[in-house]
Design a binder for this molecule. Structure first.
Ligand code: SF4
Length: 477
């Protein structure tokens, strides 16, 4: 066994133990057991299924990484697995690749092509599917170098909106399972290096940027990190020199993909007590939980949420994208929100499927997302109206569709920036020609005969300037 002597021995890892709820129900510990592409056939066999599309699924899983665990397998209705939302959420689907792409992969196999040739084709395929969308690489900040008169690029940080910085820790580069629509497919294969080796540059950057109030721990899923890494990252932020940091946000799907993380895992107690200390230090700790469908919300998820809220002092806000085959019906969202609210969580965002990866398989036209959002809201009480959406996380910012109207004789989408790369864009309303088929901002055309949306010229300049600074820093580093 390799022992990392760099890790301080200040964390007591206890053996995993069962969890007893306040009402006396025992939740037995379930060790995390993952299944990867090479286990696909065995997973189907374990359910007594001969899947006719196994070969195609294995091909898709070569392009879009596949990972699942025993807890997820139990959430799927295997008697109707092809239509099950959790199966669609986690298992590779043949139509996620185009027919010619599947055929090409089959041909390579038939020809006994070398590993290098297959890997090169897969790499090209991935690169052509817009990994790291919304110009994410332009969000990487630069840090002053103490020893030189230069700056260092921080690949594992992103600073797009003034008040918030995102951290992609080295130990958070994976998730407890992978969503089929995830836009981080290149990161999971080690190609897009949004990765911080440790907490040091984050702390240094935050010290010199007192306009930042929020840190978002993301990944992958930061809940895959052990508590000693959490402590090294978070505890220093509780000291006076980080008084400007008011909120720690945690972007995670562990509440549904591995809820045992917060109950029975060996370091679950220490993680909850760390969250409590953050709260006691007067800071807000926000779990940005990813809930795609109410079928994911098991009793174990509900208990983990209760513990995070009541013992950890966390606030749980929920979000997910609208995805065909998974949750493109208003009643699914209404029920999802209703269960979340009943369990103390706050519905927060409804996103539009990003322009990345297998978008053609999952995309829902903007016109339908608007209808779906409005219908779902009508089905619930005002408490579910905290949800913002349908929102596109695009390069210029988070853009929501407020409605469809007829203005000056023209059918238009009314759009609004919820967040802008330039903070002055926030809350600006603008108009695009109504288009029943468009599914992303770049497919929309400005209304009233305008050539460009108001932000486009400035956005181009911002991107050019950021990429010049980054490239200059790369040359110097
Ligand atoms: S949990 Fe988030 S980061 Fe992980 S696979 Fe799903 S969408 Fe991607």
């Amino acid at each position: 066994m390799d022992i990392n002597f760099d890790v301080p021995f200040d964390t007591l890892f206890k053996p995993a133990q069962d969890w007893t709820t306040p009402s006396g129900i025992v939740i037995p510990h379930r060790p995390f057991k993952k299944y990867l592409r090479t286990d696909l056939a065995a997973v189907f066999q374990s359910q007594g299924i001969m899947d006719p599309l196994l070969e195609e699924r294995e091909i898709v899983a070569q392009v879009f990484p596949f990972k699942i665990n025993a807890h997820i397998i139990d959430q799927i209705d295997w008697s109707n697995y092809e239509n099950d939302p959790i199966f669609q959420l986690t298992f590779p689907q043949p139509d996620m690749l185009l027919p010619n792409e599947i055929e090409h992969m089959k041909q390579l196999k038939k020809d006994n092509a070398s590993r290098e040739l297959v890997a090169a084709y897969i790499s090209d395929l991935r690169s052509g599917k817009n990994p790291a969308p919304a110009n994410q690489s332009a969000n990487r900040p630069l840090l002053e170098d103490d020893h030189e008169d230069s700056t260092i690029p921080c690949d594992g940080l992103q600073h797009k909106y003034k008040q918030i910085v995102l951290m992609f820790h080295k130990n958070a580069q994976t998730c407890h399972a992978y969503c089929t629509y995830c836009f981080r497919f290149n990161q999971f294969t080690g190609k897009d290096k949004f990765l911080e080796p440790d907490e040091h540059r984050l702390h240094k950057y935050l010290k010199s940027h007192t306009e930042i109030t929020d840190v978002l721990m993301t990944g992958g899923d930061p809940a895959t990190m052990k508590v000693d890494v959490w402590k090294r990252t978070i505890e220093p932020l509780l000291t006076p020199e980080f008084a400007h940091i008011r909120t720690i946000r945690i972007g995670t799907k562990a509440l549904t993909y591995h809820p045992y993380r917060f109950l029975t895992d060996p370091d679950a107690d220490e993680l909850i007590s760390l969250f409590k200390r953050v709260k006691q230090a007067g800071k807000h700790i926000a779990i940005m939980a990813h809930f795609s469908h109410y079928n994911e919300i098991s009793d174990i998820t509900k208990e983990a949420a209760r513990r995070l809220i009541e013992e950890g002092g966390c606030v749980i806000r929920t979000q997910a994208p609208i995805m065909k085959h998974i949750n493109d019906k208003p009643e699914i969202w209404a029920k999802n929100w209703q269960i979340q609210i009943a369990n103390g969580m706050i519905p927060y965002y409804m996103f539009v499927a990003r322009d990345t990866g297998p978008q053609h398989y999952f995309e829902v036209p903007l016109a339908k997302t608007l209808w779906l959002y409005q219908e779902a809201r009508k089905m619930g009480s005002g408490l579910s109206h905290t949800v913002r959406g349908p929102s596109m996380s695009s390069g210029p910012g988070k853009i929501t569709i407020l409605g469809k109207e007829n203005v000056a004789g023209e059918d238009v989408f009314v759009l609004k920036f919820l967040q802008g790369r330039n903070p002055h864009w926030c809350d600006r309303v603008f108009f695009a020609k109504y288009d029943e088929k468009a599914s992303w901002i770049h497919e929309l055309v400005p209304a009233f005969g305008k050539k460009e949306f108001f932000f486009e010229e400035e956005f181009k300049c911002i991107l050019e300037s950021r990429s010049k600074h980054y490239n200059d820093a790369m040359k110097d580093s």
